[in-house]
Design a protein around this ligand. Structure first.
Ligand code: NAD
Length: 347
């Protein structure tokens, strides 16, 4: 059976459903025959965008609400078979500049959701997308799930707390949960015009516009980039697998690539200059250096392995954004979206 077959005819709630990952997941699920509800607050600086769900706009239910204070959560969770909790804020830099916002969207929202499930749908199956940032600076590579979490920014702390809410409610109340710790993910429907959504998207945006790309500290840092389709496949497998219940897992990709390699691969598709610049102080203090994860535990539990390498993933991303310029800030009206904003780029 393919992972998607398990969802045909099922009722699914996706929080953060208009964002990058939520919308790609929603499209897959609707096409697989699921009845999908998307909950999103459309907080302006985050990745929510109606254009993201254009292929399924008339086949999904959309609820615009903020999970930090959303009485309708109780109703929204009630009849669902699966809940993918993807609402959140992804910028490490922003979490330092506005820790209260990060606390609200990552922790309060998740607490409200798991409470609503405990009271109104305790047998639902849930998946939470956390981040490799919970580990902090790796003590050894590749990072396994046994690595002690020592987050070095507010976002890492709040994502870890949100993981624990899910796992606690699983253990204590039987609200069945799985946590995936995602690494740098890129692909269609990412908010590439905003430095808040990670450097991968920003680099794609700058490459498409023919603008110079600045690499901090020489760009030698290693990352294990995942293409979005592989991450969606991981989520679908995780939420139906009995072996994933009450557990957390790394995703990742082998071999890891440096930021220089990421940019050089982009140069196969677009013409632009590359500059090396010193690390801005506010990014340096929350930089984790090299990171790549060991995903063998998840592979053993589900059979998942990432299939789309950097070259293929960037080729698909570039083709997508060239087809959908206006929806992703690449039209001529948005020429200066990124000017002067390097320091708010997340890792
Ligand atoms: N994209 C990555 O590389 C990556 C890496 C690690 C973890 N993650 C996690 O995956 C999840 C999805 O990330 P994404 O890249 O799709 O981000 P995104 O910004 O594109 O999507 C997140 C969505 O959540 C919504 N949202 C935020 N707070 C909300 C609230 N209080 N109520 C309702 N909706 C709210 C936003 O409006 C947005 O549409 C996040 O939790 C993020 O921390 C992503």
């Amino acid at each position: 059976m393919k992972p998607l077959d398990a969802f045909c005819g099922s009722r699914v709630l996706i929080t953060g459903g208009l964002g990058f990952l939520g919308s790609n997941l929603a499209i897959e699920l609707v096409q697989g025959g699921a009845e999908v509800t998307l909950l999103d607050s459309l907080i302006p600086q985050f990745g929510g965008n109606f254009a993201n769900i254009e292929p399924i706009a008339d086949r999904a239910t959309i609820n615009i609400s903020d999970m930090r204070g959303c009485p309708s959560l109780e109703i929204l969770v009630r009849d669902k078979d699966f809940i993918f909790n993807l609402a959140g804020q992804v910028s490490h830099g922003d979490s330092m500049r506005d820790p209260q916002l990060d606390l609200g969207v990552n922790c309060v929202s998740t607490m409200n959701l798991v409470e609503a499930c405990r009271k109104h749908n305790p047998s639902v199956r849930m998946l939470y997308t956390s981040t490799r940032q919970v580990y902090g600076k790796p003590k050894a590579l590749p990072v396994t799930e046994d690595h002690v979490p020592e987050p070095i920014d507010v976002n890492g702390i709040n994502k870890l707390a949100a993981e624990y809410y899910h796992l606690l409610y699983h253990r204590t109340y039987g609200v069945r949960s799985t946590v995936l710790r995602l690494t740098n993910t890129f692909g269609p429907r990412q908010k590439i015009s905003s430095p808040r959504q990670g450097f991968a998207g920003v680099f794609i945006y700058q490459a498409l516009r023919g603008e110079p790309i600045s690499l901090y500290g020489g760009g030698r840092q290693l990352r294990d980039f995942n293409y979005v389709d592989d991450v969606i496949d991981a989520m679908l497998r995780a939420i139906v697998s009995p072996r994933c219940l009450g557990r957390f897992f790394n995703l990742g990709f082998h071999p890891p690539r440096s930021l220089v390699e990421f940019v050089e691969t982009l140069q196969e598709f677009c013409r632009f200059e590359v500059r090396s610049v010193p690390f801005p102080e506010d990014s340096k203090i929350i930089d984790i250096g090299d990171y790549y994860g060991d995903f063998s535990r998840f592979q053993a539990a589900t059979g998942w392995e990432p299939k789309i390498d950097l070259h293929e993933g960037l080729a698909r991303s570039i083709a997508f954004f060239r087809r959908h310029k206006d929806a992703y800030g690449l039209g001529s009206a948005n020429q200066h979206v990124l000017r002067g904003s390097y320091s708010s780029r997340s890792a």
